[in-house]
Design a protein around this ligand. Structure first.
Ligand SMILES: Cc1ncc(Cc2c([C@H](C)O)sc(CCOP(=O)(O)OP(=O)(O)O)c2C)c(N)n1
Ligand SMILES: [Mg+2]
Length: 541
C-alpha cells in the first residue's frame, strides 16, 4: 500500500467516518489517494474554519477521532482557531497538514505559503495539539501514525501530522494500532475507595458531569453510577445535553449566579461535589458568586483526580468509573423520568423573544418522531439553549469561538444522520453561515434558527455604549433561496411556530428561519448576566 492509503485505513480503523479537507498543492498527492481509494469519504467545505468546526462536531458526536486535511501554511494556519477550540474543549481531531519535501526545504528559496520559517506551522500547532510529528521516511510512518492516533484517543485532544508532499505516494507497511496507555490498577482502586468514602460520608453529595464523560463514551456507565449512588446530577455549561439519552433525571445546568438559584445552592453548598470529566473553566464555574470551593470538590479530569490537597495521576476516567461501579451494589432499574412539562406557550402575534424560540423548539422536539440534536454557536443563542429541553448538543461553551454553529451542524448531520437544529446569531452567521451553500451538494437539510437582533448583542451587554456592535439588517432569509435552501423571515410567535412546521415538512433542503428580535430582546440567562454586570459596575462606582 501507499502511505496515504495506510494513513486513511488507520484513521478509519480508529473510528473516523469522513476526511474533512480543503486541498492545496502541498497536500494534493494525499487528496488524490483520498479520492482514488475511497477509504474515507471526502467532505470539502468552503473555508478551513468550517471544516475544522465540522470535524470537531463530528468527533464530539462519534466520540472518535475525526480527520481533517489541509495544505501547508495558508490552509493550516486558517484552521488554527478551530483546532485551538478543539484542544481547549477536549475534542480529538487528527490534523493532516501538507508541508514541503526535504528537497524543497533545501532549495534556498522562501517557499510559497511559508510564514516566518519552514517550521512555523509545526511550532504554531505545537501550542494547540497534544502530540505532533512530521514523516520524513516512509519506514517510520506506521509507528508515527499509531503513536499519534493513540495520543489523540488517550487525551481526547487534537494531534498534528505533517505530511511532506512527496511522502503520500511512498510504499508503506500497514499501521498496527496501539492499545490504550497503560495505568496502575492499584492506584485506580485506591482512588475509587477514597472517592466512595467521601461520597458516602457526605451530607449533600452532588454529581457534576462535563465533556469527558462523552468524549470517552461513558454516558451509560455514568448514568448507572448516578443511579447506584442515588445522588443529584447536574451538568456544567460545557456539559449541556449530556445524559439526555439516559434515564438519569438531570436537574439542570450549573450557571452559578447567572442560573437557577436552587441549583447553584445545591452545587456550591455541597460537601462532596464530584466533578466528573470537568473542565475547570470560568464559563463552567466562574459565575459562582458564592465562589465555588474547588478544595471541597473531587475533580476527575485529563487522567488525574484531585481531592482537596492531593492528587492521583494517570487515572483514566473510564477505569475510575468502572472501579466505582464495581464497589456499588446493583439496584433496581428505574423508569426513565417523565420529561418535564413543556411550559405553555401562546403562539400569538406577540413579537418573538429568545425564550419564545426555546419554547417553540421544545414543542417541536416534543412532537418530533425522531431524535433532533442541537448545534449552537456562541452568543445569546447559547444562553437560549439552556431553556431548551435537555437534548444532545454541541457548542463551544468554553473556548467560545463564533462561527462554530453552522459547520458544526453540518458535521453533526454527516456523522449521526440526524437532522439537527442549528442556533446561531447574526454576527456568527456572517462568519461561517455561508457553509450552508454546501448542503445541497452534501445532501444535508439542517434547520437553522438565526437570531437576528442586527447586532453583536453580547458585546453591547459587556459595553452598553458600544456603537461598533451594530450590524445592520442583511435579510438572510432572502439569501437562503439563492444558496439552495428555504428562507423564512419571522417576527412573531405565531409565524415562528408556523415556520418550524414548514421546516419539518421541507425535508431534503436546509431551512433558514430568520427570527427577527427587538434589540433589547434577550434570553432570561443573558438578562440575569447583564443585570449582574450592571450591579457590579454600580458597586465599583
Ligand atoms: C471568532 C470570535 N470573534 C469574536 C468573539 C467575541 C464575541 C463574543 C464572546 C463574548 O466572546 S459574543 C460576540 C457577538 C456575537 O454576535 P451574534 O452572533 O450576533 O450573537 P448575539 O447577538 O446573540 O450576541 C462577539 C463578537 C468571539 N467569541 N469569537
Ligand atoms: Mg446578534
Amino acid at each position: 500500500m501507499r502511505l496515504g492509503e495506510v494513513l486513511l485505513s488507520a484513521l478509519k480503523d480508529a473510528g473516523a467516518r469522513h476526511l474533512y479537507g480543503i486541498p492545496g498543492d502541498f497536500i494534493l498527492p494525499f487528496f488524490e489517494q483520498v479520492e482514488q481509494s475511497d477509504i474515507l469519504p471526502l467532505v470539502t467545505l468552503s473555508h478551513e474554519p468550517g471544516i475544522g468546526f465540522a470535524a470537531d462536531a463530528s468527533a464530539r458526536m462519534s466520540c472518535k477521532p475525526a480527520a481533517v486535511a489541509v495544505t501547508y501554511g495558508a490552509g493550516a494556519l486558517n484552521l488554527v482557531n478551530a483546532v485551538a477550540g478543539a484542544y481547549a474543549e477536549r475534542s480529538p481531531l487528527f490534523v493532516i497538514a501538507g508541508c514541503p519535501s526535504e528537497a524543497e526545504r533545501g532549495s534556498g528559496f522562501l517557499l510559497h505559503h511559508q510564514a516566518k520559517t519552514l517550521d512555523s506551522q509545526y511550532r504554531i500547532f505545537a501550542e494547540i495539539t497534544c502530540d505532533q510529528a512530521r514523516i520524513t521516511r516512509a519506514e517510520d510512518a506506521p509507528e508515527i501514525i499509531a503513536r499519534l492516533i493513540r495520543s489523540c484517543e488517550t487525551y481526547s485532544q487534537p494531534v498534528l501530522l505533517e505530511l511532506p508532499r512527496d511522502m503520500a505516494t511512498e510504499p508503506c507497511e500497514p499501521v498496527t494500532l496501539r492499545g490504550p496507555v497503560p495505568f496502575e490498577a492499584d492506584a485506580v482502586n485506591a482512588c475509587a475507595e477514597e472517592v466512595l468514602q467521601r461520597l458516602q460520608s457526605a451530607e449533600s453529595p452532588v454529581l457534576v458531569v462535563d465533556v469527558e464523560i462523552r468524549r470517552y463514551s461513558l454516558e451509560a456507565e455514568v448514568a448507572e453510577l448516578a443511579h447506584r449512588l442515588n445522588t443529584p446530577v447536574v451538568t456544567t455549561l460545557m456539559g449541556r445535553g449530556l445524559l439526555a439519552e439516559t434515564p438519569v433525571p438531570v436537574l439542570g445546568t450549573y450557571l452559578g449566579e447567572a442560573g437557577d438559584p436552587a441549583l447553584a445552592q445545591l452545587v456550591e453548598e455541597s460537601d462532596a461535589p464530584l466533578l466528573l470529566g470537568a473542565i475547570l473553566s470560568d464559563s463552567n464555574f466562574g459565575p459562582s458568586g458564592r465562589r465555588f470551593d474547588v478544595r471541597k470538590a473531587m475533580l476527575v479530569s485529563n487522567r488525574q483526580v484531585d481531592l482537596g490537597y492531593h492528587s492521583y495521576h494517570n487515572v483514566p476516567i473510564g477505569a475510575l468509573v468502572q472501579a466505582l461501579l464495581d464497589r456499588l451494589p446493583e439496584t433496581a432499574a428505574r423508569a426513565r423520568p417523565e420529561p418535564p412539562e413543556t411550559p405553555q406557550w401562546e403562539a400569538d402575534d406577540q413579537p418573538l423573544t429568545p425564550r419564545d424560540i426555546a419554547l417553540g423548539i421544545n414543542e417541536f422536539l416534543a412532537e418530533s418522531r425522531e431524535p433532533i440534536p442541537l448545534a449552537s454557536d456562541i452568543g445569546d443563542c447559547l444562553f437560549t439553549s439552556l431553556d431548551i429541553t435537555h437534548t444532545p448538543m454541541v457548542a463551544p461553551g468554553y473556548y467560545a469561538s463564533m462561527g462554530f454553529g453552522v459547520p458544526a451542524g453540518i458535521g453533526v448531520q454527516l456523522t449521526t444522520g440526524q437532522r439537527p437544529i442549528i442556533l446561531v446569531g447574526d454576527g456568527a452567521f456572517q462568519m461561517t453561515g455561508w457553509e450552508l451553500g454546501n448542503c445541497p451538494r452534501l445532501g444535508l437539510d439542517p434547520i437553522v434558527v438565526l437570531f437576528n437582533n442586527r447586532r453583536w448583542e453580547m458585546i453591547r451587554v459587556f459595553q452598553p455604549n458600544s456603537r461598533c456592535s451594530e450590524l445592520g439588517d442583511w435579510h438572510y432569509a432572502g439569501l437562503a433561496d439563492e444558496l439552495g435552501g428555504l428562507g423564512l423571515r419571522v417576527a412573531t410567535r405565531r409565524d415562528f411556530k408556523a415556520a418550524l412546521k414548514e421546516a419539518d415538512q421541507a425535508r431534503g433542503s436546509f431551512v433558514l428561519i430568520e427570527a427577527m428580535l427587538e434589540p433589547d430582546a434577550v434570553s432570561p440567562t443573558l438578562r440575569q448576566f447583564a443585570d449582574r454586570l450592571q450591579a457590579k459596575r454600580k458597586a465599583a462606582g
